[in-house]
Design a binder for this molecule. Structure first.
Ligand code: MRU
Length: 346
C-alpha cells in the first residue's frame, strides 16, 4: 500500500509531473522535455515539496545535459554549471534542490568516458535519486512508529501543508509516518491544516488521505490550538524544507505556531525528513533563507481579490521551528532528538 501516487514519472525520455496546482479538482500530468520547462514547473509549483523538488531538479539536470553539444569535457561542465544555476534559482528554501543539483554536477565532474557515457550516467543518477527517495520515505514512515505515543487507543495526528507522496517521489515523509501508522492499525484519524495561503493541506493532503481511505478532518489553520485544547490531537507530524545542524527546522509557514501550540498542550511535535533535507553547513535556523512569494497568494482567492486596495502584504512561504519545540526528528537512519541530529552527519 501507499505508493500508488507517483508525482514524478520518467517515461518516453521525458518527465511526467502530476500538476499539483490543479489538484484535487483536476488530475492532469504535464510533460517536461527540457530543463527550462523543469525550472518553470518547480517555480510555479506544478511540482513542490522538498524531496520532490530535488528529484525533479536531478531530472532537469539530465534534460539540460543531453542538450549540450560539446566534445570537450571542460566546455560540457561549463554549460552544465549554467544549467545548474538556472535550476537552483527556482526556489530558495528547500535544500534538497541544491543537494540534488550538486550531486549531479559532482557526478559529471568525476565521470570519465565519452560525452554520451557521461550523459547516460547522469540519467542513471537521477533515476537513483528518484528510486531511493521512495525507499527513504518508507523507512522514515516505519521509524516514526517507534516514537509516536504508545497508547492502547489509536492516534489522531495533526499535519500541516503536504509532506505526502506528492511532496516526495512517493509515500511521503510526515504522511509516510501517517501511512505506516494506518497500515499498522495505529491511526484513528488525520487532522489536516488547510495551510494558507496555497492550501496544500486542504487540496493535497486530504486528497492523498481520501486515495488511501484514511479518515481525515480538514481544519482551518487557526483552529489547531482549539482542537488541541479539546483533546482531539495526540501528536503533530510535519515535514521540513531545510533543517540546520542544531535541529531548527524550516517548514511551511504556520508550522512554528503549530509547534508553540503543541508545546502549550503537552502534545509531541515531530519533524519527519530525509537526511538530504538537513543542511549541516548551517549552525542554526536563522541562517535558512526564507522564500517570499507573490502577495497575490495572500490577497486573492483564485483570481478574485478579497482585500481592499491600499493594504500592504507580507507573504513568507516558510518559518523556522526552533529545535527546543521538536520532540524528535524522524529520518531514514532513525528518529533522534534535535541535539543528536549532528551524529547522523556522514
Ligand atoms: O511550498 P511547498 O508546497 O513546496 O512547501 C512544502 C512543505 O513545506 C513541506 O512540508 C516540505 O517540503 C516537506 S515535503 C516532504
Amino acid at each position: 500500500m501507499g505508493n500508488s501516487i507517483n508525482p514524478i514519472v520518467w517515461q518516453d525520455d521525458r518527465v511526467l509531473l502530476i500538476d499539483q496546482t490543479r489538484l484535487p479538482l483536476e488530475y492532469e500530468t504535464v510533460k517536461v522535455n527540457d530543463y527550462k520547462a523543469m525550472a518553470t514547473a518547480i517555480q510555479t509549483m506544478i511540482v513542490r515539496g522538498a524531496p520532490a523538488i530535488g528529484v525533479s531538479a536531478a531530472y532537469g539536470m539530465y534534460l539540460g545535459a543531453r542538450e549540450i553539444e560539446a566534445d570537450d569535457k571542460s566546455v560540457f561542465m561549463e554549460r552544465l554549471q549554467a544549467i545548474a544555476k538556472i535550476l537552483s534559482e527556482t526556489r530558495p528554501t528547500a535544500v534538497n534542490l541544491f543537494w540534488a543539483i550538486d550531486l549531479m554536477v559532482q557526478t559529471a565532474a568525476a565521470a570519465t568516458g565519452t560525452m554520451a557515457e557521461i550523459k547516460a550516467l547522469l540519467l542513471e543518477t537521477a533515476k537513483k535519486i528518484h528510486r531511493e527517495d521512495v525507499e527513504t520515505c518508507q523507512t522514515i514512515g516505519d521509524h516514526g512508529l517507534a516514537v509516536l505515543p504508545q497508547t492502547p487507543e489509536k492516534l489522531t495526528i495533526l499535519t500541516h501543508c503536504n509532506a505526502g507522496a506528492l511532496a516526495t517521489a512517493g509515500y511521503g515523509t510526515a504522511v509516510g509516518v501517517i501511512r505506516s501508522a494506518w497500515r499498522d492499525d495505529r491511526l484513528a484519524r488525520v487532522y489536516a491544516d488547510e495551510t494558507r495561503p496555497r492550501l496544500q493541506g486542504s487540496k493535497l493532503t486530504t486528497w492523498e488521505c481520501v486515495q488511501e481511505g484514511i479518515p481525515v478532518t480538514q481544519i482551518c489553520d487557526n483552529m489547531a490550538a482549539h482542537c488541541m485544547k479539546e483533546g482531539r490531537i495526540d501528536a503533530v507530524v510535519v515535514g521540513a524544507d531545510r533543517i540546520a545542524a542544531n535541529g531548527d527546522a524550516a517548514n511551511k509557514i504556520g508550522t512554528y505556531s503549530l509547534a508553540i501550540a503543541a508545546k502549550a498542550h503537552n502534545i509531541p511535535f515531530y519533524v519527519a525528513a530525509p537526511l538530504s533535507t538537513v543542511d549541516f553547513s548551517l549552525n542554526e535556523g536563522s541562517q535558512i533563507p526564507i522564500e517570499e512569494r507573490n502577495p497575490k497568494e495572500v490577497y486573492q482567492v483564485g483570481e478574485t481579490r478579497i482585500c481592499p486596495k491600499g493594504v500592504d502584504f507580507y507573504n513568507p512561504a516558510f518559518d523556522v521551528t526552533p529545535a527546543n519545540l521538536i520532540a524528535a526528528i524522524i529520518t531514514e537512519k532513525g528518529a533522534v532528538s534535535p541535539e543528536q541530529l549532528i551524529q547522523l552527519k556522514s
